[in-house]
Design a protein around this ligand. Sequence first.
Ligand code: SF4
Ligand code: SF4
Length: 447
Amino acid sequence: MKIKTVLSPNGHVHGGAKVPHRKNTSEFKTEIMPTPSTVTIPMQMHIGAPCEPTVKVGDKVKIGDIIGDSQAFVSAPVHASVSGTVKSIIDFPAQNGGYIKAVVIESDGQNEVSDSIIEKTVTSAADLVSAARESGLVGLGGAGFPTHIKLSPKSDVRLDTLIINAAECEPYITTDYRECMENSEDILGGIYLVKKHLSIKNVYIAIEDNKPLAIKLLAEKISAMRSEEGEPIRIVKLKSRYPQGAEKVLIQAVTKRKVPSGCLPADVGCIVMNVTSVALLHRFIKTGMPLVNKRITVDGSAINQPKNLLVPIGTSVSDIIEFCNGCKSIPGKIIMGGPMMGMAQPNLLPVIQKQNNAVLILNKADATKKEESACIRCGRCVSACPMNLMPTLIERLASINDVESLDRIGVTVCMECGCCAFNCPASRPLVQYMRNAKAVYRKGIKK
Ligand code: SF4
Ligand code: SF4
């Protein structure tokens, strides 16, 4: 096996933001959190159709049992993360607003594992896709796109490149880094499975250059593995600049291919998988245990003991804070995810979902918003946008309901990365304006 570490072809793409890294927890090994007394497991932790509960109140469940599923093509089954009794099925506040159905399980403290948990045999692409669905795997970097859909591109698509996303460019979050440091063999095992069964020629592990220990470890593991036929796995060192990990940005940085508006990575021959997702796929095939636990970074100025934790899906934020020895001061802001793309939450009710990778608890000083002032037409938001959008123009078009122009300038390609707002000297809430513009556009095209 040849191993090559290369710099990304153009270092970085247009725009972006030089955000502070704050990777305080990078060398904190993952701790396994004790099983909470109850878990609340939402029926939608993915892009696509929500699942319907397949259990009823009073049912006994074991870890790994299916508790929710859907017939829809774009969806992913949901599994019990603790053993115990289904206590209730409720409408639960979603992290991005609204309500979703959720199954509440009271743990019996036994952590009994489902009888269905057995090693899987994968000898074809179809087996791989079916294993991915069975595992309940979704994009673990935050997007939540069901992995089995990603692994089954349309028949007219020719995939030649697999990019493993280990960039982890959001401040604070170190969960993918810990995956690299603690489970590098599962990462490589997953890569070989996908490469082999999807007949992919080029494989890149894309990682920011602020993670030298992970780069070194992965390089050593790759070179130690037995040589296989085909092209080598390349580690691509990316400049540390937010949002290097965004799918379209990453594809361009690694391959120089641009994903046109309205198209998918597969349309330019690429498949991008989060590094923890590819490792989990391998673990599922090895053990049969589906996605029931999630590693999260707990950090922020208000938390007493920042940690990287492995928690059962459905564990509440309040249980996590308690396990981290509580807060130093009254929290000013709770964010599910990182400070750039995470969702601020109104209370401690949220639970860990498949696509969550951090809980940030900020004190009041860090949570205080700077006062907004009038736009000074400096254009920094335009220079910062990795998707080449003009946030101020979009804001104005949305205010006059000009759906046609919003369509023409491609408002939907906004990925809400926050680079425009981060660079705005007038502290204007540009991401909210972009979200509003997309809502105006969606409402307009329905008419
Ligand atoms: S939030 Fe949207 S408009 Fe702002 S920089 Fe990111 S992609 Fe561009
Ligand atoms: S960065 Fe802020 S102040 Fe400058 S043009 Fe954009 S919205 Fe206006």
